[in-house]
Design a protein around this ligand. Structure first.
Ligand SMILES: O=C[C@H](O)COP(=O)(O)O
Length: 329
């Protein structure tokens, strides 16, 4: 297997928060976690109706959102050319004249997220930019390849220069309440990541209940996940506000018990700037300003940036441009 020399990605100034070293599996804590679905749904139902961010601050919030995007391409027909175009977009996410008018020169996305096969291309294309490459590993999206191969895939992606690894958990461990197996799996994935930060994809649309989402979040954090992430983007239901509320509260509980800040990444189906404002205000309310930063928050999204760019253009010029002018890759 080809291995890159330890270049840029390994040397990146880590924008991420301190690692989560995890704690011993605390089954009593895990089993005590509940999720009251109707009160969670009531709480999030109030969010879209509210004007979450005043108009004059919206451009600043949208620029913040851009800095937190894991700009993603995870398609079977990905090519090196598409990944290079995506990386160019990651470096210059919004037209230079618009960024100049907004006083946001130098803005870039949080990371570029690709399959293992494209890590090398992305590392090359992002050299010198300070933008990390994130790789989806462990038999993404189903996570059902042999365990040893999943570990080897992580190690290969890190050796190739990925600074962040998005792993997928075995949903069956959650569905059968086998918290010990989930903990051991997550801990092994984290160990295989070495210095790379690890995001645990829960695939919440396949976990059956919000209580399972809450318990799986907690177990993954106990086992050392640096981020918890909702979805692969390939499940029938991906990031939602109820799931977000549950995961944010799990992060808050873990922080209050351990003093460790774990990051959050909603992913899949987030494609509109107005949704971004709702997510950011929910995070501000539930976790506080520390989490409004790429170190602790990412949007996993393939097309969101185009809509944000359109809104920023409208903010600067008063006119909307056609969506096709904001191609991603
Ligand atoms: O992790 C990121 C997701 O796969 C992206 O999903 P999306 O294409 O719906 O934005």
């Amino acid at each position: 297997m080809q291995t890159r020399k330890p270049t840029d990605q390994a040397q990146l100034p880590q924008a991420l928060a301190a690692r989560n070293d995890g704690i011993a599996l605390d089954l009593a804590w895990v089993r005590s976690v509940q999720a009251n679905t109707s009160s969670i749904e009531r709480r999030v139902a109030t969010l879209p109706g509210r004007r979450s961010v005043k108009k004059q601050y919206q451009a600043a919030w949208l620029c913040r959102a851009i800095s937190c995007i894991d700009l993603t391409t995870l398609a079977g027909d990905d090519t090196a050319g598409r990944v290079r175009r995506l990386c160019a977009k990651a470096r210059q996410p919004v037209r230079a004249d618009l960024l100049g008018a907004l006083g946001m020169e130098g803005l870039h996305v949080g990371a570029v997220c690709v399959y293992h096969d494209m890590v090398d291309t992305a590392v090359e294309a992002l050299a010198g930019s300070g933008i990390p490459v994130a790789a989806v590993s462990t038999g993404f999206p189903a996570g059902l390849s042999p365990f040893a191969l999943r570990l080897a895939e992580i190690e290969a992606s890190v050796a190739m220069g990925a600074a962040e690894i998005d792993i997928v958990i075995s949903r069956r461990h959650v569905l059968t309440g086998n918290w010990g197996a989930l903990y051991d799996e997550m801990a092994a994935f984290r160990a295989a990541c070495g210095p790379a930060h690890v995001k645990a994809i829960l695939a919440t649309g396949e976990l059956g209940s919000l209580r399972n989402v809450a318990r799986a979040s907690l177990v993954c954090m106990m086992a050392g996940a640096d981020f918890i992430k909702t979805s692969t983007g390939k499940e029938p239901v991906n990031a939602t506000l109820p799931v977000t509320l549950v995961m944010l509260r799990a992060i808050r509980d873990y922080y209050s018990q351990t003093g460790v800040k774990v990051g959050y990444k909603p992913a899949g189906g987030i494609s509109k700037a107005k949704d971004v404002l709702i997510y950011l205000s929910l995070i501000k309310e539930e976790l506080g300003d520390d989490w409004l930063d790429a170190a602790l928050f990412r949007f996993g999204a393939s097309s969101l940036l185009g809509d944000i760019e359109r809104q920023l253009e409208h903010h600067v010029s008063g006119a909307y441009s056609a969506g096709w002018r904001h191609a991603m890759g």
